[in-house]
Each structure stands twice: as C-alpha cells, then as structure tokens.
Design a protein around this ligand. Structure first.
Ligand code: ATP
Length: 259
C-alpha cells in the first residue's frame, strides 16, 4: 500500500464488535456491532427503548458491557475502564442533565472544564495564563457565546446553555464527542445553529449523536446507524436508511418519508 493510500484511509475512532449489555435477564443491547470514523457526524436512531442511550453509557463507562469488544482508536479496549479513565483517553460526553455552574460566568465555566483539578477556589483565584485565555476565547467564538463571556451562565437561554455545555466538554479536547438529544427543547433557530456548531466541531473530533428529530439528522449527518430492540438494523447515509423497509416499518413509518 502506498503512503498516500495510508494517509487517505479513514481511521476508525471507535469499533464495537458484538457488544451485549444485559440488565438481569434483559438484553438492552444485543450483539451490536458499530464503527465511527474520525471527523464524522454519526447519528444513532431508532424507536424508544432501542438501546441507543445504553450504548452511549457503555462507551463512556457509565454502564458495563456484558460481552463483546469496544475498541477505541484501534488499540484501547474500553471494557472495564472507569468513567474518568475513558474521559482521559479522549471520549467526552454531554449528558442531558445540566452540569454548568449557574452562578459562574460563561468564561469561568469553560476554564473550570479545562482543569483536571476541579476545586473552584484555587482556579478562580489564579490568574489565567495566555494559553488558557486563548483556548477560552477560541471556544467562546466556536460556541457563539463571545458576547456572553462575562454573563452568569444561569442567565443564558436554554440553547446557549446547551452550547456552553458542549464547549465545556470540548475544552478537554476529546477525540470522540457523545451527545444525547442535543437539540431537545431548542427553537428552530437554535437547532440550526447547533447543527452548524457540530459541523465545526467535526473538524476537531468524531461526533456520535442520539437523536429523534429526523429533519436534523437529514441535514447534518454523515452517517446513520439504526438500532431496534438492542440490535443493529442497518447503517448508511440518511438517504440509504430511509429507504430500508425494516426501518420504515419499525421506526420512520411510511408517512414521514413521503412527507
Ligand atoms: N439500568 C437499567 N436497568 C434495567 N433496564 C434498563 C436500564 N437502562 C435501560 N434499560 C432498558 O433498556 C432498554 C433500552 O433503553 P435505552 O434508554 O438505551 O433506549 P433508547 O433507545 O435510548 O430509548 P429512548 O429513545 O426512549 O431514549 C429499555 O427497555 C430500558 O428500559
């Protein structure tokens, strides 16, 4: 293989092989295989209870896999790793529940997210160095919150809070970003801005998103994987998967696609 071929070959950031997650006798994920490449926005879709969130939980170490392999960047098996170890390896997750400090400024929230030592006082008393200052500035610009840098985070709109949280996860410079329904509760304008934010972020990392809003998936996905009853149903582009008869039957329905 020539050097040029090696450089242009897509690298898998995460490969799941035959992963099963069992709660008692119930398989929330059943023999599921999956792959996401670097710089890809990959949506995980499927009916309620399909196992999408459980898969994110398994990747970030919140839930243990019962069997199968989860290989990160071709070399690290995530099985049995603790959540903080997985964060350090380069997998960041934004949870649905808010985790911002509402009475700190937007910039202070980003600074806090950047530090390994999360004790508030020493961080807020210490003067930021030039490198930290420019990382915060860059992130403020990316998440569209430059004008709100000194505003208390609690006073932001719902959409702005979501972007701040995404920014906080990004301050750890993850190679893989996990998002669970990032546009829930947003206005149409905020949804659009979030989509464009994801397109910017994919220049820095791969992004795996659980989502039910099919218009959003259609607009911003590179690839889509459909899950059903814990199992892989199909994957491909959104155009591909919305023509799959099984996907139409169990999830999308005929009317949605016709519309
Ligand atoms: N800790 C748990 N203990 C027992 N069952 C669980 C647990 N967590 C999830 N489940 C079950 O596993 C199945 C998959 O749940 P999961 O939340 O992953 O689905 P989902 O595809 O994300 O659904 P939704 O789109 O509604 O969020 C569901 O039947 C759920 O009730």
């Amino acid at each position: 293989m020539s050097q040029a071929t090696v450089f242009h070959k897509q690298e898998a950031i995460l490969k799941a092989s035959q992963v099963t997650v069992q709660f008692g006798g119930f398989k929330a994920i059943d023999n599921f295989s999956f792959r996401i490449d670097d710089h890809e926005i990959h949506f995980l879709i499927g009916p309620n209870g399909a196992g999408k969130t459980t898969f994110l939980d398994a990747v970030c170490g919140k839930t243990s896999t019962t069997s199968g392999k989860l290989l990160f960047e071709n070399q690290t098996e995530l099985f049995k790793k603790k959540e903080f170890e997985i964060v350090r390896l380069g997998i960041g997750r934004k949870f649905q529940a808010p985790s911002i400090f509402t009475n700190l400024s937007v910039a202070d929230n980003l600074e806090l997210a950047m530090k390994q030592d999360k004790r508030l006082l020493p961080i807020l008393k210490a003067k930021r160095n030039g490198g930290e200052e420019s990382s915060i500035e860059e992130m403020l610009k990316l998440i569209n919150l430059k004008v709100a840098r000194n505003q208390e985070a609690g006073a932001l709109s719902h959409g702005q809070k979501q972007w701040l949280e995404i920014g906080m996860v990004m301050m750890q410079q993850p190679h893989l970003l996990l998002l669970d329904e990032p546009i829930a509760g947003m206005t149409e304008e905020e949804e659009e801005k979030t989509g464009h934010l994801l397109c910017e972020l994919k220049k820095k990392c791969a992004i795996l998103v659980v989502e039910h809003n099919m218009d959003f998936v259609r607009s911003f996905s590179d690839k889509v994987t459909v899950m059903h009853q814990g199992q892989w149903l199909c994957d491909g582009t959104m155009e591909d998967v919305q023509e799959n008869d099984q996907v139409l039957d169990v999830y999308l329905g005929r009317r949605e696609v016709n519309a």
